[in-house]
Design a protein around this ligand. Structure first.
Ligand SMILES: Nc1nc2c(ncn2[C@@H]2O[C@H](COP(=O)(O)OP(=O)(O)OP(=O)(O)O)[C@@H](O)[C@H]2O)c(=O)[nH]1
Ligand SMILES: [Mg+2]
Length: 428
């Protein structure tokens, strides 16, 4: 793991409020992930604390006794912050900071911090800043600004000192400007996307660090940013490649998902994620070496539904099979997930099979049709190329005959638009 935070690294005590009956394995997995997130943000975890409760305490999330325990712990281990795995209300953060006298963060705050440090492109920076301001606005009190100035470091990167000193009204004005800026970027992206319509579009999605960028590189031979860190990718990259049939297609790679991805981030990254939402086929990449891959699959599916991409045809791809020591496990997974593909992006194992399955999934989710255009309406040909994947073109005496492929769910829309030019189902 790499340190992107301020030096020297900070120390954190992490806390989880768990519902009665939650299995210890799940608790420790969530705290492992929080530890990894903090490591990425530049802090080491000195202690883990958890409390079983029916519901979190309204004022301080944990109870009085636990609070005292945490207080003693941080004095002992010299933590400069306490990080909760659960969402904290602005009031809880205030109360906890007052009691504990160190800065208090929740998981969302840490993720936002990592995104802020990672964002490079104008689009990503604008999106992250908007999400940060939305997160900070209700937390912006005298106490908060005072603390953030006093402590600095993880969780207080914020949108810059000058903004922090301004009041909520300034925040709102800034947020309005960011939204307008994103609106402009959104339009540009839309134009870019529409100019690429017609080609089959595949989008890599998955849990962070699953190997999406590695697969993009392996399939399209594009130079992309790959690293063993969470959220290495914060932008969308689109590359062309050839399917086994020789047909050109597009593959996009985008930001990864994680449990409790802040809603502010999901909302403001909508335009970055639009490429995925509008793809013909989603390639859901799963890290086969993770002990929690089923959990990860659920999180990714839930996030996709939240984005309105729950119905896009999907191909599940298990990556990093080269790193699986237990061959038997691969066997079990193949039985559990029939029809899925098992690959290694790093070693280029099974990529041919993956591309075949990509073609099949695309073909299954689309329908081929024949359109017969009289020459006097030849001007429509270019529009057809925009809306469909044109597989074949014959110039006949009676006009132009095109064999096209359209997403099945768009066929009726297509029929109503071009039906008068004898659209026939070629599969029939
Ligand atoms: N052993 C092994 N490691 C892999 C494989 N594919 C990717 N990795 C490693 O997994 C880590 C994450 O890879 P990325 O391609 O950056 O993952 P990502 O899904 O794009 O991650 P984010 O952009 O952070 O969401 C890197 O250290 C890769 O080298 C593989 O097939 N085998
Ligand atoms: Mg990536």
């Amino acid at each position: 793991m790499h340190d992107i935070g301020l030096k020297p690294r900070e120390r954190a005590t992490i806390v989880s409020v768990i519902r009665k009956g939650t299995s210890p394995a799940i608790v420790s997995e969530h705290l492992d992930e929080l530890t990894l997130l903090l490591d990425t943000a530049g802090a080491d975890v000195s202690a883990r604390v958890y409390q079983e409760r029916v519901r979190p305490d309204l004022a301080t999330a944990i109870g009085k006794g636990k609070l005292e325990e945490v207080k003693l712990l941080i004095e002992e281990n010299g933590s400069s912050m306490v990080v909760f795995d659960d969402d904290l209300s602005p009031a809880q953060v205030r109360n906890l900071e007052k009691e504990l006298k160190v800065k208090v963060l929740d998981r969302c705050g840490v993720i936002l911090d990592i995104f802020a440090a990672r964002a490079r492109s104008t689009e990503a920076r604008t999106q992250v800043e908007l999400a940060q301001l939305e997160y900070l606005l209700p937390r912006l009190t005298r106490m908060w600004t005072h603390l953030s100035k006093q402590y600095g470091g993880v969780g207080t990167r914020g949108p810059g000192e000058t903004q922090i000193e301004t009041d909520r009204r300034m925040y709102r004005i800034r947020m309005q400007r960011l939204r307008e800026k994103l609106g402009v970027i959104d339009k540009q992206r839309e134009v870019q996307r529409s100019s690429r319509e017609g080609l089959p579009r595949f989008a890599l999605v998955g849990y962070t660090n699953a190997g999406k960028s590695s697969l993009l590189k392996a399939i399209t031979l594009a130079e992309t940013y790959i690293e063993d860190r969470l959220f290495a990718t914060l932008d969308t990259t689109v590359r062309a490649f050839e399917l086994p049939s020789g047909r050109r297609a597009l593959l996009s790679d985008t930001v990864g998902f994680i449990r409790k991805l802040p809603t502010q981030l999901v909302a403001s990254f909508r335009s970055t994620l639009a490429e995925a939402i509008e793809a013909d086929v989603l390639i859901h990449v799963v890290d086969v070496t993770s002990d929690h891959l089923r959990d990860h699959i659920d999180v990714v599916n839930a996030t996709l539904r939240q984005l309105g991409a729950g119905d896009v045809p999907m191909l599940l791809v298990f990556n990093k099979i080269d790193a699986l020591e237990d061959r038997l496990m691969l066997h079990d997974l193949e039985a559990e997930f029939p029809g899925c593909v098992f690959v290694s992006a790093a070693r280029s194992i099974n990529l041919g099979r993956l591309m075949e399955r990509m073609s099949e999934t695309y073909d299954d989710s689309t329908t081929t049709s024949v359109v017969h255009l009289p020459y006097e309406h030849g001007g429509l040909v270019s529009r057809l190329y925009d809306h469909a994947d044109v597989l074949k073109r014959d110039d006949l005496e009676t006009g132009i005959r095109l064999l096209i492929r359209v997403p099945s769910d768009k066929l009726s829309e297509f029929r109503s638009r071009y039906g008068q030019w004898t659209v026939t189902d070629s599969d029939a």
